[in-house]
Design a protein around this ligand. Structure first.
Ligand code: FES
Length: 592
């Protein structure tokens, strides 16, 4: 039913159930907000969005108050403006005034609100007791001194990711946001995805910065520093420099990295293509073992590229460890090959090679520090920067990013196909795998205009598609007439749903499942520029598919650098060397 009301004397008609905040947006009236975040929730705790509603006894929080028939709302009366100002002042009174030294300086919502409301001084004394900073994980830092108790991190961790690591603790003035028993984050059930850091309006949760370590390596003449950039970086980095979401900046990013001093600018896309070859063969081998040799095989097989998902699985579903592909993530495959294959090829002592990754993901910082990730004989990946950190480094380096000429990645570990580009988004790994598996099994080429698999694209939480093999080549004849069923999940609350389906007997009969930890996949990762709404996700995904569509090669098995690495170094997919360098194992993690 339509509801008619007036806001600041402007008539507005909206559907029943709309909040005053959204109704005001319809007629171009902006009401300030802080705890409310689109797509995450409105705890209604900050009182920054108070408005006057005629006849109501008190001012109403517009983010949670629904419109009513004939309602008369005033957002800019003296009493509403002063109440909102007071809410912000009270938050500022409990907040350290060290903005210049804060990671969120100029990107802080509290700072912006204070400026927009004309607050230049705070009338109340700072009385907050100094709280310890938690830097116990390799990925994230929590500084409760800056926390404004908006609870956005609690909502995203609980409702979007289904992890529930953070919650309000203690009561009244002592309330803080913390882990269940107040333990350090490293001792809590935290998957280190960093989604909390992307919704925090201030500097209370942020990525553990590797910028100084990377500058130090670049400044060291004895070190050969190579960089890899994940597929999702190119569709988001431009946002750090004011470009619209969905602007691809691959060429400028390469030039910036070269001018910052990296010896080689490579691409994680190279090992994304390699992942398809290894993972595709792993799936086909499992299917052969099950269908031909009638062996007990763990199916469906799950993808393993997303370290936040792997952490989640190790905590919540360790019983499906045998179902997880043993392939390392493309980041870790790259590190292992940079310090073996590339080192040998170039005659560089691997102890002098420093591998830097630029990732959309804070969990990648954790992943590179796992004990298993040293198969080269060294730490395979030395440092991980998020997209946000790379943005800050480019600014520190004084580069005029927007006017940089386009550069190209170095060979051979910079060569890739469109299939690798689409790893950046939900459904992309599956689509890339299907492109290759279909051609390998049938020997037939897919038409260039028939590469997209629409049912597994887009932001629906769970997606699936079936594929029947016909006219298979002799090696894969056992798949003749077999219908493979695949599923895709993104965001860990959706991962939980698919894991429960599999644990309950896999009724739909899935063979292969892609899981990405973050909503939208890596394009919505915890290390991406702020803020990632669904509109931003869609724009970045569009850019990634455009990048894929403009490539001369769009299937991983067409990448000549991949053929070359098997010929020169690895031997064959799933061979001895591949197992040594490109595959791994997982552990059950204890929940405390
Ligand atoms: Fe409405 Fe916080 S934004 S109460």
């Amino acid at each position: 039913m339509a509801v008619n009301l007036t806001i600041n004397r402007v008539p507005v008609t909206v559907p029943e159930g709309t909040t005053i905040l959204d109704a005001a947006k319809e007629v171009g009236i902006k009401i300030p907000t802080l705890c409310h975040l689109e797509g995450v929730g409105s705890p209604g705790s900050c009182r920054v969005c108070l408005v006057e509603v005629q006849g109501a006894r008190t001012l109403q929080p517009s983010c949670v108050t629904k419109v009513g028939q004939g309602m008369v709302v005033c957002t800019n009366s003296k009493i509403a403006r002063e109440a909102r100002q007071l809410s912000v002042e009270l938050l500022l009174a409990n907040h350290p005034w060290d903005c210049n030294a804060c990671v969120r300086n100029n990107k802080c919502e509290l700072q912006t609100l204070a400026s927009e409301m004309g607050i230049t001084e705070v009338r109340f004394p700072y009385t907050k007791e100094q709280l310890p900073i938690d830097d116990s994980t390799p990925a994230l830092i929590r500084d409760n001194n800056k926390c404004i108790l908006c609870r956005r991190c609690v909502s995203v961790c609980q409702d979007v990711q289904g992890v529930g690591s953070l919650a309000p603790r203690l009561r009244g003035f002592d309330t803080i946001i913390g882990t269940g028993a107040g333990e350090k984050l490293s001792d809590a059930v935290c998957v280190q995805c960093g989604q909390c850091s992307t919704v925090c309006p201030v500097g209370a949760i942020y990525e553990k910065d590797a910028i100084e370590d990377v500058w130090k390596a670049l400044d060291d003449p004895t070190k050969h520093v190579v960089v890899q950039t994940a597929p999702a970086i190119r569709a988001a980095l431009g946002e750090c420099f004011g470009l619209k979401p969905g602007t691809c900046v691959t060429g400028k990013m390469v030039t910036a990295l070269r001018r910052m001093g990296f010896d080689k600018v490579f691409d994680t896309n190279f090992t994304a293509d390699l992942t398809i070859i290894e993972e595709g063969h792993e799936l086909l081998t499992r299917l052969k073992d099950a269908l031909v040799d009638k062996k007990e095989v763990a199916l469906p097989m799950f993808t393993s590229c997303s370290p936040g998902w792997i952490n989640f699985m190790e905590y919540f579903y360790p019983e499906i460890i045998p179902n997880i592909s043993t392939c390392k993530s493309p980041q870790q495959m790259f590190g292992a090959l940079a310090k073996t294959y590339y080192a040998q090829k170039e005659g560089i002592d691997p102890k002098n090679i420093v591998v830097v990754s630029v990732m959309p993901c804070t969990a990648k910082k954790f992943e590179c520090s796992r004990d298993e990730m040293n198969s080269s004989g060294f730490k395979d990946v030395d440092f991980v920067l998020t997209t946000r950190e790379l943005g800050r480094m480019i600014t520190e380096a004084g580069l005029d990013f927007l006017n940089l000429p386009d550069g190209e990645q170095d060979s051979p570990m910079g060569m890739s196909t469109g299939a690798a580009d689409i790893f950046a988004n939900t459904g992309g790994v599956m689509e890339a795998a299907i492109r290759t598996v279909y051609e390998v099994v049938t020997g037939r080429q897919l038409p260039m205009d028939g590469l997209h698999i629409k049912p597994i694209q887009g932001l629906k939480g769970l997606k699936e598609v079936s594929l029947t093999f016909t006219d298979c080549v002799p090696d894969w004849k056992f798949l003749e007439g077999v219908t493979a069923k695949v599923a895709v999940a993104h965001g860990l609350s959706n991962a939980r749903k698919i894991c429960d389906i599999v644990a309950a007997g896999n009724k739909p009969g899935y063979h292969f499942i892609e899981v990405m930890c973050c909503p939208g996949g890596c394009i919505g990762g915890g290390g991406q520029p702020l803020f990632t709404t669904d509109e931003v996700r869609k724009a970045r995904i569009k850019a990634i598919y455009k990048e894929d569509e403009h490539r001369p090669m769009r299937k991983s098995h067409e990448n000549p650098a991949i053929t070359q690495i098997y010929k020169e170094f690895l031997g064959k997919p799933l061979g001895h060397k591949s197992h040594e360098l490109l595959h791994t194992h997982y552990h059950k993690k204890e929940k405390k």
